[in-house]
Design a protein around this ligand. Structure first.
Ligand code: OOG
Ligand code: NI
Length: 458
């Protein structure tokens, strides 16, 4: 097959995901180990489970599947990110406020850029969790520090004019000719590489004292991808194999516990940021070398998307597990992660049904319906809808587990209101509601099934 001479958005997206993965693999060797182990886990899972292994995505999709995470400083930068990803058919979906998702100092709000249509997701589901610093939040930044941050951020350029012009062209024309596509991919990849420029030491450390995330975003003049996450079909197996290879993972797998019922939403785990050599410029203008931990590895397993009712049940279960675990921990100095998981499983057993059929009947999970012809009688088959988004609580946990310091949050101050509408305004684009997207996917499947059967869709 010869190379295409015109690349459509999905081809740009797939090529970009590969290009970022190659770059990250060269720079962060533990990521390559993670990819190797992920491939082993998936191959073994498919060998054991056959066709069932592909119910939540084909093996080719899952093998290529990645999400990345980036962090930016201003609404202007956020709107530029939207243009770069818009060229690849990735739309902003969902609003996450991580300032309150944990007790930690994570002064950001976020969205995820991803394809929204079923066919597009099947072609390549690459998504990027994108966070933006809330410099106006007084719990984190004084008026003086906000002012200095704004000045610093306003003076930097994350995405050059050439990259943005190519992005706009791709979005307007539905892709790029090969030569321009190559240039676009090169510039886009470069924009997310870790810069080797010396870091202003006093400025970086001042921000770090407030929040390590603030320093990572506002302490340097560029952005960088901070992790790339492959998807696995069995995350417990992956966790055990990584530990066996001597790579220390964070204590827990975030999200739902392992249990006997259907997997829902998202389970994630990570290994800590690696210390990478960086140069700093001291107040006297001297260049010194030190290390920063800003890039890490993460892996995830995706389950069935939950309806609003299912999600409410999930959120309530999380609170219940926290409370029960806190009480048990208080009474037992030997309390471990294994105890917490035991509690979590018990809460799960009374919250969620153990079969997919019941999850569908109780309208807790999303399912599509497809007409298949086996022999002469058409049969309606129910298929689970995979969760394509993120979880604020897990995201905060991922941030948290990779911070070198807790920072200092002034709880006596008022936070700044930020919501989905505000984010849409910053992006200059519509912000998709994930629940609407899942509902839409289900409705379309019902309409198509009804048409095939020649009945009224109701
Ligand atoms: C983003 C953390 C969130 C996830 O998978 O939940 C995330 C970050 O560290 O910038 O990637
Ligand atoms: Ni992540």
């Amino acid at each position: 097959m010869s190379a295409p001479t015109f690349l459509e958005p999905w081809q740009l997206r797939a090529a970009f995901a590969r290009s970022l993965s190659d770059m990250y693999g060269k720079e962060v060797p533990a990521y390559t180990t993670l990819l190797d182990v992920s491939h082993e886990v998936n191959a073994d899972f498919v060998a054991q489970h056959g066709a069932d292994a592909e119910r939540l995505g084909s093996v080719s999709r899952v093998t290529a599947e990645r999400h990345g995470a980036i962090r930016v400083g201003t609404p202007t930068e956020m709107a530029q990110v939207a243009r770069v990803f818009g060229a690849m058919g990735m739309r902003p979906v969902g609003f996450y406020d991580l300032r309150d998702a944990s007790s930690s100092s994570v002064p950001v709000i976020s969205t995820a850029f991803r394809p929204v249509e079923r066919e597009e997701l099947a072609r390549n589901p690459f998504r990027v969790f994108t966070s933006m610093l809330v410099t106006a939040d007084r719990r984190f930044f004084t008026a003086d520090l906000e002012q200095r941050l704004e000045t610093f951020l306003g003076a930097r350029t994350l995405f050059g004019p050439e990259l943005l012009a190519l992005a706009d062209r791709a979005e307007a024309e539905g892709g790029l000719p090969e030569e321009q596509a190559t240039e676009f991919l090169r510039l886009a990849t470069e924009a997310f590489e870790l810069s080797r420029e010396p870091v202003d030491q006093a400025w970086y450390r001042e921000l770090e004292a407030v929040s390590a995330v603030a320093a990572d975003i506002g302490g340097i003049a560029s952005t960088h991808i901070n992790h790339l996450t492959p998807r696995v079909l069995d995350i417990d197996d992956l966790y055990a194999r990584m530990e066996a290879r001597g790579i220390t993972m964070i204590d827990a797998i975030q999200g739902p516990p392992r249990w006997e019922g259907p997997d829902v939403l998202l389970r994630q785990t990570s290994f800590r940021a690696l210390a990478e050599p960086r140069t700093f410029r001291t107040a006297d203008g001297e260049i010194v070398s030190d290390a920063l931990r800003v890039r890490f590895g993460e892996v995830e397993a995706r389950g069935i998307a939950l309806t609003r009712a299912g999600r409410a049940a999930y959120d309530a279960a999380v609170v219940e597990i926290d409370e029960a675990a806190a009480a048990a921990r208080a009474g037992d100095p030997g309390f471990t992660e294994a105890h917490r998981q035991h509690i979590a499983r018990a809460v799960w057993q009374k919250t969620f049904p153990t079969t997919e059929a019941a999850l569908a009947d109780q309208e807790l999970g999303w399912f599509t319906y497809e007409v298949v012809s086996t022999g002469s009688t058409p049969e309606v088959r129910r298929e689970p809808v995979v969760y394509e988004d993120f979880l604020p609580r897990s995201a905060a946990g991922i941030f948290q587990s990779n911070l070198t310091s807790d920072g200092a949050k002034d709880a006596s101050q008022e936070g700044t209101d930020r919501d989905a509408d505000w984010m849409a305004g910053a992006l200059g684009r519509d912000l998709n509601d994930p629940f609407d997207l899942y509902a839409d996917q289900v409705d379309r499947s019902l309409a198509a099934a009804a048409e095939t059967l020649g009945v009224d869709p109701a």
